[in-house]
Ligand binder design. Structure first.
Ligand SMILES: [Zn+2]
Length: 80
């Protein structure tokens, strides 16, 4: 056994889109940005980060509403 201190790791993920209505950055993983809607239920967005095909061209998130301007839009593709 090592006597070195042990800490836990924290992974901090943000997934941004430009709102087509007001150009604000919208973090798809933050309900405060998406009009109170949790878009990552059951990790549906994060699971798409590692698709079977090896790219993220089939990433999608439907009906995102911007908290600022209430514009609703769909997201296609994910860039790393
Ligand atoms: Zn907006």
């Amino acid at each position: 056994m090592s006597d070195l201190p042990v800490v836990s790791a924290v992974l901090h993920i943000e997934m941004y889109v430009d709102c087509p209505g007001c150009q604000n950055y919208v973090n798809l993983l933050d309900e405060r940005d998406t009009d109170g809607v949790a878009l990552n239920d059951d990790s549906i967005l994060l699971r798409q980060m590692f698709p079977a095909k090896g790219d993220n061209s089939d990433f999608k998130c439907d009906e995102v509403t911007c908290t600022e301007c209430k514009t609703t839009f769909n997201v296609r593709e994910l860039e790393w």
